[in-house]
Design a protein. Structure first.
Lengths: 115, 112
């Protein structure tokens, strides 16, 4: 059963530290999305890639967040420096083509706590 | 700016009841409306979806009603079960942007 794998599942860090979250999309999927989930905002789109190329990162705070896809099997989301307001669950999702053609498959998320 | 507005924030029903979750949107360019279901500790998973050329879609106990003129759509869960207890997200998609925009979610609890 193919699935999106996210690591770590939980991360607790102190304010100012760098945080790196990793995602392994489903093999064969060419779109990768990063979402952030909070109680107040729900699921916010941070960035997404198609065929490893970044298409839109307008949802990300540019000064501290960065997203990359070094290869087709790995997507990363970095926060440097982290702040308490970054505490949330970060989800990676992958799909094949557009949402019409195949649903997004989500990983189980990385729960980030910044103290 | 919330492009997809979802209500209520939480919902409690008894087993067998019919919870209804509502969503509204402004952007008429949206052309695909999925619903995702999320259990605690898991990522959301696609439940059911509709396109604006139909007014209703049913899959098992789950039904989407779509009102294009009002720019509203809703999820109905028939004969709800405790196993349906989860958070439900509506979403909207615009083909030429590739973006799936989610509502804020509704936490549903179904009691036996």
């Amino acid at each position: 059963d193919a699935r999106v794998t996210q690591t770590p599942r939980h991360k607790v860090t102190e304010m100012g530290q760098e945080v790196t979250m990793r995602c392994q999309p489903i093999l064969g999927h060419n779109t990768v999305f990063w979402y952030r989930q909070t109680m107040m905002q729900g699921l916010e789109l941070l960035a997404y890639f198609r065929n490893r190329a970044p298409l839109d990162d307008s949802g990300m705070p540019k000064d501290r967040f960065s997203a990359e896809m070094p290869d087709a099997t790995l997507a990363t989301l970095k926060i440097q420096p982290s702040e308490p307001r970054d505490s949330a669950v970060y989800f990676c999702a992958s799909g094949r083509g557009t949402a019409y053609n195949s649903p997004l498959h989500f990983g189980n998320g990385t729960r980030l706590t910044v103290t | 700016q919330q492009q997809v507005k979802q209500s209520p924030q939480s919902l409690i029903v008894q087993k067998g009841g019919i919870p209804i979750i509502n969503c509204a949107y402004e952007n008429t360019a949206f052309d695909y409306f999925p619903w995702y279901q999320q259990f605690p500790g898991k990522g959301p998973a696609l439940l059911i979806a509709i396109r604006p050329d139909v007014s209703e879609k049913k899959e098992g106990r789950f039904t989407i009603s779509f009102n294009k003129s009002a720019k509203q759509f809703s999820l109905h869960i028939m004969d709800s079960q405790p196993g349906d207890s989860a958070t439900y997200f509506c979403a909207a998609y615009q083909d030429n942007t590739d973006k799936l925009i989610f509502g804020t979610g509704t936490r549903l609890q179904v009691f036996p």
